[in-house]
Design a protein around this ligand. Structure first.
Ligand code: NOJ
Length: 764
């Protein structure tokens, strides 16, 4: 019997009015083979077409054990950007022998055609390959790094960046991206915060959904759709002390409440694959964690796609200390629910032997192979293994003028104005000479940021170029490096100071180089590296009107800089159009609207610091922060340098009239926003809630919604948010999520600190 809450599969429907014997046979066959009775994952693209299922079964019957295991093996092509040891390098031979089902880092029409041709013409069963690549923030048109994009709070725009990335990548032969990275992260020491959406679970979920939609579109068969991969499952962002690949030790409650939802959102949005994380959680590495991969991902969430490991993560089960050798590691991974071995050669070298020793079953292997073949059918690879990737398409669809214009807008949207004393920005039109000083001011390579796929540094517009493009030829723009990003060389200081003194306006371009964030780029000091602070001191002493433009992949602890500089614009790494998009903000063509999605600490000792923390039993008294026996530091305030949700505009906004109406389970929250400044502009209106008393402690604030609204100067708008009590539910110690009646405070404002609030009783 099919449980009523589960969707009835089309295969079953077709046979519903057929004679009872035939009907029973088909339904039983469908349930056994295709597991059609488990909850259907959203997205048509994952529905199993009956004819495809028959083809899969027919193929499986023909496959040798080596060919089956081959489908579960992902190898690098010779054109490699690697992040670990390479176990096999000559993929051509493997493909021919049917021993590689997926290839990664092979791109470009010629290369993809060559390798795919070997698979579909020279291998025995002619099964097409999947081509994967880390398309993280653009393929060739590079957009701002994901953390920067998140600061736009523009879900539509984020979805569009992925759609463009998918169009370009598929035109070049890629059909699978190892993205989105949806790891929640609260520790900016961890270099990979740059790839995520920041510290808030609710926002991370919305961004995760947008990214999956953007990559996969409505139908994976569309040759412009790119199969997505939610990663790194799970909780990779909680690596202890922010050190990459480190241990995660976390209560189940925190895992459920904060760290798991963004992966689940990807599953709900129809993500076709999931990547395991390198880390262990509470003693069990994710790559052999059957509770995560089977119980949560497949059984509870109903995930129907396939699971791939991270790079050699099966092999790493040995140094983790849970497997005696590679064979043992392969057994653990398959038993836990891993389908594809990324680059480890663990499956290929061990599964056949494990099978003959009866340590694993053929059913386990067949199920995994079915999932891979299914993905290949969904992508239409059996009909067109090249998915219309042609040189013409490559020319026509990569780096179109529209996409470049959109990338420029995305750069402006991702910028966060952190400080703007005396309205130094936008740069006044009266300025006749501009000095751009600093190691990031004219560095094309750094603009790409980490993980920039096939982005070319030659395509990037630097800040100096962007400023020059922006101003008329009678304005003098001069650039000097002043110092390097990360060494002690001060020899360029004097000339830089002289240049600042001779100019009307100074733009200081400071921050991290692109390789200081991303994978394997954890830092214990998250201030400006090298002698950049000293350079900024020397330049700012000239008293010239100045702005600091920051380039970095993580929140920085720039307290010193922030007290010195009159204006600071956070720009992250903007990608191909970085310089143009930043110049649009600096000169006021775009009024900044970005808001931080990750708290900027005052110093690294405050880390992890995040807005949705708990109150503690001894909260600090905001009116007397010197009180001793309360939860505070003796050498630093508790408050961050810049809080979550924070970002300035060239105009100002005022909030008023917070009203809340409750009808049954529905809560309607209304507020008024006024543009009280002298420019048109956008604000990200944020809605937070706090449950005052719960059966377990609740955070001091939790984001529950937002709206990005545009207002002309002087304009007033009424805003309305609708929640239900389900939106206020939380996980309990029994790991069940439900709403607990009680008193709630609702906050509305332009950041997580400056809000208006109202308390409402939701006990009934
Ligand atoms: C290791 C990284 O952790 C992962 O995010 C990436 O997708 C793979 N390498 C493949 O490049």
């Amino acid at each position: 019997m099919i449980p009523v809450h589960k969707k009835i599969h089309p295969i079953i429907l077709i046979f519903m009015n057929k004679p009872v014997l035939l009907r029973t046979f088909v339904i039983t066959f469908a349930i056994i083979l295709f597991d059609v009775s488990v909850p259907a994952q959203k997205s048509d693209s994952l529905k199993l077409a009956f004819s495809d299922s028959l083809k899969i079964e027919a193929l499986l019957k023909k496959m040798t054990i080596e060919e089956k295991v081959g489908q579960l093996s992902l190898f690098l092509s010779y054109r490699s950007i690697t992040t670990g040891p390479s176990q096999k390098t000559d993929s051509r031979e493997l493909i021919k022998e049917g021993k590689a089902g997926e290839i990664f880092n092979a791109y470009g029409v010629e290369v993809v055609h060559e390798l795919q041709r070997i698979a579909v013409e020279e291998s025995r069963l002619k099964i097409p390959l999947l081509f994967g690549l880390d398309v993280i923030h653009g393929f060739r048109t590079i957009f701002p790094v994901p953390l920067g994009q998140a600061c736009s709070w523009d879900l539509e725009a984020i979805e569009k960046t992925e759609h463009i990335a998918a169009t370009e990548a598929t035109a070049d032969g890629i059909n699978w991206t190892f993205a989105p990275m949806v790891d929640l992260a609260r520790d900016p020491e961890w270099g990979r915060v740059v790839e995520g959406a920041g510290e808030d679970t609710w926002l991370a979920c919305r961004i995760a959904e947008a990214r999956v939609r953007g990559f996969q579109g409505n139908n994976l068969k569309d040759p412009h759709s790119l199969m997505a991969c939610a990663k790194h499952f799970a909780a990779y962002g909680a690596a202890l002390a922010g050190r990459d690949y480190n241990t995660v030790d976390m209560s189940p409650l925190s895992l459920y409440e904060w760290y798991l939802p963004s992966y689940n959102s990807c599953v709900k949005a129809g993500v076709a694959s999931v990547m395991t994380s390198f880390n262990e959680i509470n003693g069990i590495p994710s790559t052999c964690n059957s509770w995560l991969l089977s119980d949560i991902l497949r059984k509870t969430w109903g995930f129907k796609g396939f699971v791939v490991t991270d790079f050699t993560a099966i092999n790493e089960l040995v140094p983790h200390g849970v497997a005696v050798d590679l064979k043992d590691a392969a057994r653990l991974a398959l038993n836990a629910g891993v389908d594809v071995d990324m680059q480890g050669d663990a499956y290929l070298s061990s599964l056949p032997e494990l099978l003959s020793e009866k340590k694993i079953t053929i059913r386990q292997i067949d199920d995994a192979v079915r999932r891979i073949l299914l993905a290949k059918f969904k992508l239409g690879l059996f009909d067109d293994p090249y998915r219309q990737c042609t040189l013409e398409r490559e020319k026509k669809e990569i780096m179109t003028p529209e996409d470049i214009a959109f990338a420029r807008k995305m750069v402006s949207e991702s910028c966060v104005l952190l400080k703007n004393e005396r309205k130094i920005l936008p740069i006044p039109q009266s300025v006749k000479s501009i000095a751009i000083i600093g190691p990031l001011g004219d560095s094309k390579k750094d603009m790409l940021g980490p993980w920039s796929a096939t982005g070319k540094w030659e395509d990037c517009v630097t800040l100096a170029e962007g400023v020059r493009n922006h101003v008329s030829s009678n304005i003098v723009v001069r650039y000097l490096k002043g110092c390097n990003v990360n060494d002690n060389d001060r020899s360029g200081f004097d000339t830089a100071v002289r240049l600042a003194g001779e100019s009307d306006f100074v733009i200081l371009a400071l921050g991290e180089s692109r390789d200081m964030s991303g994978e394997a780029a954890s830092r214990t000091n998250i201030d400006l590296p090298g002698v950049q602070n000293e350079l900024s001191e020397a330049i700012l002493k000239t008293g010239k009107p100045s702005v600091v433009v920051l380039f970095n992949g993580r929140p920085l602890a720039v307290s010193g800089l922030s007290s010195r500089a009159p204006a600071i614009l956070e720009t992250w790494f903007g990608g191909t159009q970085a310089g143009n998009g930043i110049a649009d903000v600096l000169f006021g063509d775009y009024n900044p609207s970005g808001k931080l999605t990750m708290t900027f600490p005052r110093n690294v000792g405050q880390v992890p610091i995040f807005y949705n923390s708990k109150n503690t039993g001894r909260p600090i008294n905001p009116d007397d922060t010197s009180e001793k026996y309360v939860s505070r530091y003796i050498d630093s305030p508790n408050t961050p340098l810049y809080p979550f949700g924070y970002g300035l505009s060239y105009t100002s906004f005022v909030y008023s009239n917070l009203n809340i109406k409750v009808t049954g389970k529905t809560i309607n929250i209304k507020a008024t926003i006024t543009n009280s400044g002298d420019r048109d502009g956008e604000d990200v209106v944020q809605l937070y809630s706090r449950q005052k008393v719960g059966s377990i402690t609740r955070p001091v604030k939790e984001l529950k919604g937002f709206q990005k609204v545009f207002l002309r100067k002087g304009e007033t708008k009424d805003l309305s948010f609708t929640l239900t009590t389900d939106d206020l539910a939380f996980y309990h110690p029994d790991l069940k999520k439900y709403f607990e009646p009680g008193e709630f405070v609702f906050f509305v404002g332009g950041n997580s600190v400056e809000t208006i609030e109202k308390t409402i009783d939701l006990s009934h």
